[in-house]
Design a protein around this ligand. Structure first.
Ligand SMILES: *Cc1c(COP(=O)(O)O)cnc(C)c1O
Length: 429
């Protein structure tokens, strides 16, 4: 998502002319990887020339179960072949019933989570908009606390709680009613970052309106793989509880098992008041999003947050099958943690051998941060030439970010990490 990610040659000579003559300048990933993608299976993409790419980008986290996962595909094809209803706004459908029942049975109930499920428009930004609107409606307050380097999406509400200055500038109007606070470790662990927030809340001269909610990512994916410590998340949840501030966890990218457990906040043992999910919730790369909240926060009036594509049944079908396939027990989450540890060990080795490089991340959201910021993009470019897709993240695109599908085999993980190590050695600027 970081726009400037891996800028290729300005004219994109390897792409059909329509990309420059017809498609807007706003395009970005087809600049980073200037080749026409054709087919994909699991962790691999093949382009129209037959070149194969190991995909450590995975749709920015929308493909946790890989491309064209055969189990999910079968469910989808059967559904379509049966002339089952595809578009239905939020009418009752067989696919929607199955999804709600399965989500309650496999995800909410075993975790003791008392959440209602809202289907907003099928994008992460829309799930965030719904969360912010609901928090304001419930509390009657307008201000939201967000964190430095946060990323919550491109619509105006979501952008108002996003950190990146280039994205914010795109709004064209003042982005208001949000106050950024330092994320964990913002001051390099020297100051207790968190206390600033507590202090201004307490201080009658602090100038902070009582906020409706705090919105936070447990790991900031787009913001540079900044990982909040468990103790920091617990202290934040406790502060919100004591001060009657709603806690929103944006799990759009780190949810659906990216860090191991289904929800990324499970490890901290906290229960947010509101949770957003999108990216991998459909499991197949089909658009879908959820906003979850405590029963007593369900103050919506019917149709108050409407949308045409809130009942995309093919997405419900693959979402249900993904839950049945991977979330009946803890095995998949444990495998992800184990694979994540393995990735981290390999990254630590690269970092130890390379000055100015450090490893960071949690679960299977891992990466390398470069003091010399432009090296990260150079490495992604070299890796692409060698058949590995990775993007950069962070405010200066200084982090090489690895988001392989969680289903990636150990052999493929090792192959990709090998290409990464070679690319780090080969990329000089
Ligand atoms: C990707 C992302 C969003 C925005 O989702 P879209 O589907 O692109 O609107 C919001 N929050 C987080 C944490 C994300 O990673």
């Amino acid at each position: 998502m970081s726009s400037s990610a891996v800028l290729a040659r300005p004219e994109d000579p390897d792409l059909p002319e329509v990309y420059t003559t017809v498609e807007s300048e706003v395009r970005s990933y087809c600049r980073s990887w200037p080749t026409t993608m054709a087919t994909a299976e699991g962790s691999w993409i093949t382009d129209t020339s037959g070149n194969r790419y190991l995909d450590f980008f995975a749709g920015a986290g929308a493909l946790n179960y890989g491309h064209n996962n055969p189990n999910l595909k079968t469910a989808l094809i059967d559904y379509l072949a049966g002339n089952m209803i595809v578009h239905s706004l939020d009418m009752a459908t067989v696919a929607k019933t199955a999804f709600l029942q399965t989500f309650e049975q496999l995800i909410l109930r075993p975790r003791g989570l008392d959440y209602k499920v809202q289907f907003p428009g099928p994008t992460g930004a829309n799930a965030v908009e719904a969360a912010l609107k609901l928090a304001r409606k419930v509390t009657g307050r307008e201000s939201i606390i967000n964190f430095t380097n946060a990323f919550h999406g491109m619509t105006l509400g979501a952008l108002s709680v996003t950190g990146n200055s280039m994205k914010r500038a795109g709004a064209g109007i003042p982005l208001v009613h949000a106050t950024p606070m330092p994320y964990d470790n913002y001051f390099g662990g020297i100051t207790e970052d968190f206390h600033w927030f507590e202090r201004v809340l307490d201080d009658l001269g602090g100038g902070l309106n009582h906020p409706a909610a705090v919105i936070v990512e447990t790991v900031q994916g787009e913001g540079g793989l900044n990982v909040a410590r468990i103790a920091w998340l617990q202290a934040l949840a406790e502060l919100c509880r004591r001060r009657d501030i709603l806690l929103i966890v944006d799990d759009v990218q780190m949810g659906c098992g990216r860090t191991g457990p289904f929800f990324s906040f499970e490890e901290a043992g906290i229960v947010p008041d509101i949770v957003t999910l999108s990216k991998s919730i459909s499991g197949y790369g089909l658009p879908m999003a959820l906003t979850l909240f405590r029963h007593d926060l369900d103050v919506w009036s019917p149709g108050e947050h409407n949308g045409t594509f809130r009942g995309h049944n093919p997405a419900f079908v693959t979402a249900t099958r993904a839950l049945e396939t991977y979330w009946q027990n803890a095995t998949f989450a444990e495998e992800t943690v184990t694979k994540g540890r393995h990735i981290r060990e390999r990254l630590e080795k690269i970092a130890a051998a390379t000055p100015g490089v450090s490893a960071r991340g949690r679960g299977m959201a891992q990466g390398l941060k470069f003091e010399e910021t432009s090296r990260a993009a150079a490495i992604c470019r070299v890796a692409f030439e060698r058949g590995l897709l990775m993007e950069t993240s962070g405010p200066s695109d200084e982090v090489v970010k690895l988001l392989p599908p969680l289903t990636t085999s150990e052999d493929d993980l090792d192959a990709g990490l090998g290409i990464l190590a070679e690319s780090v050695a080969a990329a000089h600027i």
